[in-house]
Design a protein around this ligand. Structure first.
Ligand code: ADP
Length: 433
């Protein structure tokens, strides 16, 4: 819009109009009267425009100012220009705000801005979810009124305490939330909140794992160490003890060896979470080899091991992982079925693929243990598992191996009636030869 302003021209026009009115009044011998009437008319015209402007400024909902001519036209045009400039600025600001909001929502962490008096100024949706805030109702509320955990209140009110703390989520007490406090500007504080439940769980698992492995290795090591110390003074050991010492040391080193190889298998399976499942596995052949090994192991225990296998029923998968899964389940049945018991191994087609099942009529497992059996080092009877050379890692290996083959372990067991461990390999991995 071309720049316009009220200049000398406007004043000249007024003087000219008054002069013309005066000259015209000379004809009637009343120049002052005519000039006065003209001045009144001008005043009235200005009054009308002023009224129109005040209505527009205070009451009118229209965006564009009223139309006007002369000096008022210049004012209205100026107002219109101002309006447009404000409108553009508001649009730019709204765009900026939108971009900021989108950025804040895309953050992987929750963010809450609070005032020094602890009232909430702003929060993103993730923070609202993690902290159970209702938005916009909770805007302006004090955060320590909404999260009524005494430790949190102490943390939020302390000026020099640690910046990072973990508390149970007020929305879901089972979840753990990490709060990080950062100065935002002079009067505000930014709280970054993050769900650390999973991380804490993994950290606890890692600690338990290290403690378990150390514990499992320490027992056989202590036995071996005891015998070696006795061997340092051969005189103190009667010759008949020699034989026992040797066989004990051998047994304990076997135990350590089995634990380390199970650990290696587990870590290999875990490390390779996208195994190549395109290898053809001759399941009937594999099962008959494992069953033969199991029979050799149970030779003197009068165990019956029967194989019910659909010939030609093959699968695609990772041979090492599937061999571990099949053999762990079959050997467990051998280990936990008393002498004279019966074990049946099935590999047959079913509606959704092919089912593998090992049934035994052993002691069975009490219901409260079933959900935890696949945890690493979990054993129903530690002493019994140790006697059989078990490490407590077998079913964890099975669980992992199956998860890589779109399958999961199913356990049915009843005390004194025996157990069935089974899983289904989906049709997509099955083929007939
Ligand atoms: P372990 O090396 O101790 O056998 P696993 O992870 O293979 O470890 O098995 C975990 C626990 O599950 C065993 O200690 C045992 O108590 C129980 N279990 C596994 N298979 C059987 C079974 N067929 N019958 C009874 N209990 C079993």
């Amino acid at each position: 819009m071309r720049e316009r302003s009220i200049g000398w021209g406007t004043l000249t026009t007024v003087i000219l109009m008054l002069a013309v009115a005066g000259i015209f009044g000379l004809l009637f011998d009343a120049p002052l009267l005519f000039a006065g009437v003209c001045a009144l008319a001008l005043l009235f015209w200005h009054y009308r425009h002023m009224k129109q402007l005040s209505v527009y400024l205070w009451r009118d909902k229209r965006f564009a100012p009223p139309a006007g001519s002369g000096s008022w036209g210049v004012i209205y045009d100026g107002l219109y220009r101002l309006q447009q400039r404000n409108r553009r600025r508001r649009k730019d600001l709204a765009r900026l705000l939108k971009r900021f909001r989108r950025g804040a929502e895309a953050l992987p962490d929750g963010a809450v801005v609070i005032q020094k008096d602890r009232s909430i100024v702003w929060s993103n949706q993730l923070a609202q979810r993690l902290l159970g805030l209702r938005w916009p109702e909770d805007a302006g509320q004090r955060i320590d009124n909404l999260i009524r955990n005494p430790e949190f209140i102490e943390y939020i009110n302390a000026t020099d305490g640690p910046d990072l703390m973990v508390f149970p989520s007020p929305a879901e007490p089972m979840r753990m939330i990490e709060f990080r406090r950062m100065p935002y500007d002079k009067k505000q504080i930014l709280l970054v909140v993050r769900d650390v439940t999973q991380w804490l769980r993994l950290e606890q698992m890692r600690r338990d794992f290290v403690a378990n492995v150390s514990h499992e290795l320490r027992t056989p090591l202590t036995v071996v160490q005891g015998y070696i110390e006795m061997l340092q003074d051969p005189q103190s050991m009667p010759p008949e003890m020699w034989q026992k010492a040797q066989s004990m040391m051998l047994e304990q080193t076997h135990r350590m060896d089995s634990l380390v190889s199970q650990l290696l298998t587990l870590s290999k399976i875990e490390a390779n979470d996208r195994p190549d499942t395109s290898h053809e596995i001759d399941v009937p052949g594999l099962l008959s080899t494992i069953a033969e090994e199991a029979k050799t192991l149970a030779e003197e225990r009068n165990l019956s091991i029967q194989l019910f296998v659909e010939s030609g029923l093959m699968m695609k998968g990772d041979l090492m992982q599937m061999r571990s899964a099949f053999s762990n389940l079959i050997f467990n049945a051998v280990h936990y079925t008393p002498d004279g018991g019966h074990i049946k191994i099935h590999w047959q087609r079913c509606a959704t693929g092919a089912e593998f099942a090992v049934r035994d009529d052993g002691d069975g497992i009490a219901a409260e243990h079933l959900a935890r059996l696949t945890e690493r080092f979990y054993r129903v009877d530690r002493a019994r598992s140790r006697k059989t050379g078990g490490s407590g890692l077998g079913l964890a290996i099975v669980k992992h191996a199956l998860s890589h083959h779109q399958s999961s372990l199913n356990i049915e067991s009843e005390l004194t009636f025996g157990s069935t461990f089974s899983f289904i390999i989906p049709t997509s991995l099955i083929y007939i030869k």
